[in-house]
Design a protein around this ligand. Sequence first.
Ligand code: PA5
Length: 428
Amino acid sequence: MKKITLNLKNAVKEEEILKFQEQVTKINNSMEDFSAIGSDFLGWKDLPENSNWKEINQIKKSASELHSKKIEVLVVIGIGGSYLGAKAALDVIQGLRPGKERKMEVIFAGTSISSNDLYQLLKYVENKRFAINVISKSGTTTEPAIAFRFFKSLLESKVGVEEAQKLIFATTDANKGTLFELAKIKNYQKFVILDNIGGRFSVLSPVGLFPLACAGIDIDEILKGAAEANEIYKQDSLATNDAYRYAVSRFILGQQYKSEMLVSYEPNFAFFNEWWKQLFGESEGKNEKGLLPTSAIFSTDLHSLGQYIQEGSKVLFETVITLKNPTHDLLITEDEENLDKLNYLMDKTVHFVNNAAFEATMDAHVNVGKVPNIHLLLEDSLEKSFGWLVMFFERACAISAYLLGVNPFNQPGVEVYKSNMFKILGKK
Ligand code: PA5
C-alpha cells in the first residue's frame, strides 16, 4: 500500500509538470545505465533490494549482543550524513520520549567541535554502561575523530582495553582511511560504507541501520518500505511517479522562489527536516544554483515564523508533511467547569485539532499569503513509512539536481573551510 500521497494542486499546474517528461525520462535512463554525472555514487538507489544481507544479519546480531550485555547507551560518533539519517529515523519512528520500545538509548557525539557539548556528553555516559559506534566514510573527518579519541579513552579506562574493543564498532570504508586502519589494528567490529554511497544517501546502509537496530527499530521493515517505494519511484513516468513529480514541481517553483521550507506538524520530525536539508543543500547548492532548504515545525513555528511566511518577502514556497495516523492520539473530554472554555472541542482528538491547524494554515498561506504549497500526506510514522520517505526524497533529490545540471553527489564547497582550518591548526 502506498504510504505517501502527494498533492500539488496548490503549487503547480499539471500541464507544466508533464512538459518535463522527456527530460525526466532522459535523466532516469542515464541513472539506470549509470551514464549520469556522478554515477559512481548511485549505489543508494537500489540499496533496499541489493543490501548486503550477511552484514545486515551481523548488524542485528551485534545489536542483540549489546542488548544481552545490558548496555544502556550507544554513543554514535559522526557528522553530516554519518548521523542525520539515524537521528531522523529514531525520532520519527520512536518519538522524542520513547518508552520500552527503545531497547537502548542512542546519543550523538562528534556533531560539532563544541567543548561544552563534548564535556557534557562524556559526563552523561561516565557512570553508564555504554558502547560506541564511530562512523566516518572518509575516516578522516575532524569532528568525529576528536570526539572518538575522548570516548575511546573513557571507555578503555572504565572497562579495560580488552572489553572496550568488544564495545566499539567502526562504520567506514571497506579498505582505506584512518578509521579503517585504526579499526583494523584495534580489531574492532567493522561495518562497511560502500564506495558508491555518499554520506547523505547512506541512511539505509550500516550507517543508519546499526544504531537503529540497537534502539530496537525493525530495520527489515524500513528496508521493505524503501524497496516498495522504489518500485514506483524508479519509474520515469510523471503521471505516476510522485517523487519525480515533486522534483519537477520544485524545479518549476525554483524559477520564481529562492527557498523551499519543509514543514511538519510533528515535533519529532525536526531531525527529519535536518536530514532533508543536508540532502538537498549539499546535493544542489553548486554553481550558484539550488533552492535554500529551510524548515519549520508547525504549529510551533506559526507563533514565530508564521507572520513572515504569511506577509513577509515572497522568497519561499512550502512543502508540508502531515500524518494520517499518529501512533498515539488523545481524546479531548468534557470538563464540567469548562473554565478553559474548551468544551467545544469535546469528543475531538488532539490529532483532529492538529489537522484543523494544517487546513487553516494552508488556506491562509496559499489563498491569502500567496505562498505555494506542496503537501505530502504520510500514512503513519512507522518503519515502513520511514523507508518510503527516504526513497521518495533521495530519488527526488537526484532528479532535482540533474534538472539543475549539477552533480548531486559531490560537495566540493565543503572543503574550503576545512583547508582553512587545517592551515590555522598547522596540520601537516
Ligand atoms: O554527504 C556527505 O558525504 C557528507 O556530508 C558527509 O556525510 C560528512 O561530511 C561526514 O563525512 P565522513 O562520513 O567522511 O566523516
